[in-house]
Design a protein around this ligand. Structure first.
Ligand SMILES: [Zn+2]
Ligand SMILES: [Zn+2]
Length: 121
């Protein structure tokens, strides 16, 4: 089994503004998972903002713009809902980490979020 290396959280030097724009690119009105899983670009009347890394990492998610817009089915109610399906949750977290690492190092990611979601090899 792979050992998780945990890093202590280091507080940010400056408080960042809340409601940072998401760094995950989406077409306006679409659901991230409708598009990703089904190629469905329909726009939704109701979309929920989902923080990719929740719980204690929610504020870091907010500060770094690691959030996606989801339809209610893909957020909470359906069988593919990110909060009900751990595989879907992981998939979104891996995509979030990969996006973050386009502009930051893995070390920075792990310092901020405490673990690596992208399996190696
Ligand atoms: Zn959806
Ligand atoms: Zn959520």
């Amino acid at each position: 089994m792979r050992q998780q290396v945990m890093y202590p959280k280091i507080p940010a030097k400056k408080k960042r503004k809340r409601h940072k724009k998401s760094i995950i690119r989406q077409q306006a009105g679409t659901c991230y998972l409708c598009v990703k899983l089904h190629g469905d670009y329909r726009t939704h009347r109701v979309l929920h903002e989902h923080h990719i890394f929740g719980g204690p990492n929610r504020s870091a998610s907010e500060a770094e713009g690691l959030k996606v817009s989801l339809c209610p089915e893909h957020h909470e109610t359906g069988p593919e809902a990110v909060h009900r399906n751990i595989q879907i949750m992981r998939m979104v977290q891996q995509a979030g980490q990969a996006e973050y690492e386009k502009t930051h190092s893995r070390e920075e990611f792990m310092r901020l979020f405490g673990r690596n979601y992208i399996e190696e090899g």
